[in-house]
Design a protein around this ligand. Structure first.
Ligand code: SF4
Ligand code: F3S
Length: 112
């Protein structure tokens, strides 16, 4: 089992999640984070920290594509362990539909 980051992180990237992870398994893209499924120890402490409710356990229905997605990008992007400012307009974009099509970027974030 693992937790994964899902699409409502896109264009928000609040980063509250990274400070509580005991194994530093969040990775930063330009406009979202992912969790490395093989490093996550399933502790669950990050889930309630996300203001956008973007972190889900893979035991929920239809999470398998998100596990694949999180693994793919965690192997491309740098680790992030320090909270930073959310993206501009994060509060307005929280809950918007179709964020993957509108905003997702494969580019790495800065990490740190
Ligand atoms: Fe880190 Fe625990 Fe969240 Fe997994 S469930 S990403 S180990 S805080
Ligand atoms: Fe994203 Fe939520 Fe973390 S918006 S950066 S998963 S706190």
């Amino acid at each position: 089992m693992t937790y994964v980051v899902t699409d409502n992180c896109i264009a928000c990237k609040y980063t509250d999640c990274v400070e509580v992870c005991p194994v530093d398994c969040f990775y930063e893209g330009e406009n979202m984070l992912v969790i490395h499924p093989d490093e996550c120890i399933d502790c669950g402490v990050c889930e309630p920290e996300c203001p956008a409710d973007a972190i889900r356990p893979d035991t929920e229905p239809e999470m398998e594509p998100w596990v694949t997605f999180n693994r793919k990008y965690s192997e491309k992007w740098p680790v992030i362990i320090t909270k930073k400012d959310p993206l501009p307009g994060a509060d307005e974009r929280d809950g918007e539909t179709d964020k993957m099509t509108k905003y997702f970027s494969e580019a790495p974030g800065e990490g740190g």
